[in-house]
Design a protein around this ligand. Structure first.
Ligand code: SAM
Length: 285
């Protein structure tokens, strides 16, 4: 079965009596060159255990199982899952999970030794899936995904740009993000409306900062970037209870961070956001 042949994929979908749905972002990769590029970017060795979210018809899965020690694939669509179970029944290094990645205990899955995440993510849930992956206890050292362009731009955005926000800061605290290639809609069946960049996230030797519990930082980032035109000093002075601080504490905070209190949230670098006092919840006054 050649899943990069549009004719064969069409025939397969017909034989399964399956209509790809937009709600689950079911746009299957049918381009051999992009598949080759993805597998080469995945840079697999027989030590790797790969997590694939949304294997679909298994176009990437069949390459991943040949190159990695093991593959864990999570598919929400039970028709596709049934098809994959039958197609890969003799593949001993593939664990197929029939379920929604957003409902699963991903920490448990990742703790089983996953070194890399390789996925062609569904559009609708792409950013939610990445947030779930990026906020798990055990982070894969490398993530390779195709996803919608606006999410890719937010992941890679630098301070001062309009796309720079919670997703950029939170991801770049742990990963170096690169947009490798923009993939044309014609590489998928059915064609999505938009182009899909391939993005790589590589963990540095060490995270920029060690965050024991990122809950506070996430709350703070979310709140700050929802008021991105405000100056930091005014933002903190009028912050909700979880960052309630008096003027003295605010001044000490900025001094400690060596940050201009009149700067806007988007002006702070990833390291500045992650550094020092902002890592932990200050005592409410
Ligand atoms: N990997 C295949 C490929 O490259 O052709 C399919 C990619 S398609 C863009 C996304 C896949 O994710 C679909 O198979 C869809 O059913 C699955 N999916 C969508 N939402 C999901 C979720 N929440 N959890 C797990 N799988 C999901």
């Amino acid at each position: 079965m050649k899943l990069t042949s549009p004719t064969e994929v069409r025939a397969l979908l017909r034989s399964l009596n399956f209509r790809p749905g937009r709600a689950l972002g079911q746009n299957f990769l049918i381009d051999g060159n992009i598949l080759k590029l993805l597998i080469s970017l995945a840079d697999l060795s027989l030590d790797d255990v790969v997590l694939e979210i949304g294997p679909g018809l298994g176009v990437m899965t069949e390459k991943l199982v040949q190159r990695a020690q093991g593959v864990i694939a999570i598919e929400k669509d039970s028709t596709l899952c049934g098809f994959l179970k039958s197609r890969f029944r003799e593949t001993t290094n593939l664990e197929l999970i029939d379920g929604d990645v957003l409902d699963l205990d991903l920490d448990e899955v990742l703790a089983s030794g996953v070194s890399k995440g390789v996925s062609n993510l569904p559009y609708a849930a792409g950013s939610r899936i990445l947030v779930k992956l990026g906020t798990s206890q055990v982070l894969p050292r490398y993530i390779l995904v195709t996803l919608q362009r606006d999410v890719a731009q937010r992941l890679a955005a630098k301070p001062g740009s309009k796309d720079y926000g919670v997703l950029s800061v939170y991801t770049q605290l742990d990963y170096e993000v690169a947009i490798e290639k923009d993939v044309s809609p014609s590489c998928f069946m059915p064609k999505p409306r938009i182009w899909s960049p391939i993005v790589t996230l590589r963990r540095g030797r060490q995270s920029i900062v060690q965050i024991a519990d990122g809950t506070f930082l996430r709350k703070l980032l979310k709140w700050a970037f929802s008021h991105r035109r405000k100056q930091l000093c005014s933002l903190l002075r009028h912050a909700p209870h979880f960052v309630a601080m008096d003027v003295n504490s605010i001044n000490t905070l900025f001094k400690g961070l060596n940050v201009n209190p009149h700067a806007r949230p988007e002006a702070l670098s990833v390291a500045e956001w992650g550094r020092n006092v902002l890592r932990e919840e200050p005592t409410a006054t």
